[in-house]
Design a protein around this ligand. Structure first.
Ligand code: PLP
Length: 283
């Protein structure tokens, strides 16, 4: 398996992470995951824009241009020959003797890797998946796509152990998002999702739904908090994310959402999302 270290090709099995990389010791860094369809990156510009925002919030200097990062993505696709896959990119603050405060004059460390992904939608996407409600135990800067993912990791494990696809998190009584996805419900034909703020990650997929897909379909989206009681009255639910794409959630804690099958609005949004991919990546 191949990867890139600061833009240079490496073997992923080589020992490339220095002991005192701050990503390794503090989770002091940020990441992005971008999907590759038909040998082309989908929505790369939006991912890189979000990467720059995450870096700014952590005052990690951005030392690569968009053009360089795009080139690195293309290089990984070319060298690996992977046409359907996902590219992982992370930037840490860099290597410095361990001390909590930011070191001075340290060069950030960029690592990237690529791995294959299924070309065809799986059963969860086609037939719907199970969700599990869990308390949102994460920190208060979920808007930063940081390497600190323990809350998300522990949440997803609870879902796995319950035989569910995704854990849907609840903070202060309101449903925030999944552990690696945003969450939407449909009620009276209107899509509801948690407002953009420090408590959720602004997903690229979420933004595409809100700014392009829903307006084109004539579906109204409101960014409003809703609680578990509201969720119980929803007709449809789905999660959105780079890997999940649009995955319908048809049961929550074992109880059906709406009539327990994939809802018509969810399906329309899902198909429109796949249509955008076809158009951008020439599938
Ligand atoms: N929320 C969280 C916590 C995530 O980790 C992710 C993506 O991995 C998302 C939402 C969805 O973001 P995107 O649509 O950009 O993949």
């Amino acid at each position: 398996p191949i990867g890139l270290l600061n833009g240079r090709l490496i073997d992923l099995n080589d020992n490339i992470v220095p002991m005192e990389d701050r990503g390794h010791q503090f989770g002091d860094g940020v990441y992005e995951v971008t999907r590759v369809y038909n040998g082309r990156c989908f929505a790369l510009k939006m991912h890189v824009d979000r990467l720059y925002r995450s870096l700014r919030e952590l005052t990690i200097p951005a030392v690569y241009t968009y053009e360089e990062l795009a080139e690195f993505h293309e290089l990984l696709i070319k060298e690996s020959g992977i046409m359907e896959g996902a590219i992982y990119l992370q930037i840490t603050r860099g290597v410095s003797p361990r001390a909590h405060g930011f070191p001075e004059n340290v060069v950030p460390c960029l690592t990237m890797s690529i791995r294959p992904a299924a070309a065809a939608p799986d059963k969860n996407k086609l037939e719907g998946a199970k969700g599990l409600l869990i308390p949102d135990e994460r920190w208060l800067r979920c808007d930063i796509k940081s390497l600190n993912l323990l809350g998300n990791v522990m949440g997803k494990q609870k879902a796995n152990e319950a035989g569910c696809f995704e854990a849907i998190q609840v903070r202060d009584g309101f449903v925030t998002e999944g552990t690696s996805s945003n969450f939407f419900v449909i009620k009276d034909g209107v899509a509801w999702t948690y407002p953009r703020c420090n408590l959720i990650l602004t997903g690229v997929t979420r933004t595409l739904i809100m700014e392009k897909i829903a307006p084109e379909l004539g579906v109204l989206v409101v960014e409003k908090k809703f609680d578990e009681a509201f969720l119980k009255t929803a007709e449809e639910a789905f999660v959105s994310g780079t890997n999940s794409e649009i995955t319908p959630i048809i049961t929550i804690n074992g109880k059906p959402v709406g009539n327990g099958s994939v809802g018509p609005i969810t399906r329309k949004i899902q198909e429109a999302y796949w249509g955008m991919i076809d158009e951008e990546c020439g599938r």
